[in-house]
Ligand binder design. Structure first.
Ligand code: IMP
Ligand code: MG
Length: 176
């Protein structure tokens, strides 16, 4: 059982919020007054999406989907499961996929391929709070990310281990 005291701090609340604000400024500049659909990949991205959305000035709609790739604990299964992807008609829409972290990239690749196969977007971009570039396997990059992180298992601010610690305001790592 991992305790809160086992979590080593990595990004504090102020740092996270400043990174998100900087990204929001970029997105406000890019989309101006055009409507944007945020597609939040549950559950890990919920904190990020909510805080990002508060800074966005264009008309915003929110959609939520569920995928899963990590099994239990800290090992990636490498297989992505579409647990629940119900979306409205996104043809000709601006869509921003909102992810907590891009790691091997399997999830991002699966989702972006799925979306492109089903819709002709006006614009489709992938937005991650964290980018674990050193772990990438799939041929995909985030269009936007706030922080590059090392190969450590991270928890907090949406990220979990076995469902725990999503509610922390900061991000830390656990030694595995
Ligand atoms: P990928 O498919 O390997 O890129 O993994 C993406 C998903 O795995 C993310 O959306 C997270 O839900 C989860 N994940 C990857 N790295 C971590 C981590 O360090 N902590 C918690 N979850 C992670
Ligand atoms: Mg995720």
């Amino acid at each position: 059982m991992i305790k809160k005291s086992d979590i080593k701090p990595l990004l504090n609340e102020d740092k996270i919020q400043a990174g998100i604000k900087k990204l929001a400024d970029k997105l406000n500049e890019k989309y101006k007054d055009e409507e944007v659909y945020l597609v939040c990949v549950l559950k890990g991205s919920v904190m990020f999406m909510v805080d990002l959305a508060k800074h966005l000035t264009m008309p915003v709609k929110m959609e939520f989907i569920r995928l899963s790739s990590y099994g239990s604990g800290t090992t990636s299964s490498g297989k992505v499961n579409a647990v629940d992807i119900k979306l409205p008609d996104l043809n000709d829409k601006n869509v921003l996929v909102i992810e907590d972290i891009i790691d091997t990239g399997h999830t991002a690749k699966f989702l972006m391929d799925f979306l492109r196969h089903n819709f002709k977007f006006k614009d489709l971009k992938f937005c991650a709070l964290l980018d674990k570039k050193c772990k990438r396997v799939a041929n995909i990059e985030a269009d936007y990310y706030c922080f590059e992180v090392d190969d450590k298992y991270l928890v907090g601010y949406g990220l979990d281990i076995d469902g725990n610690f999503r509610n922390l305001t900061y991000i830390g790592y656990i030694e595995t």
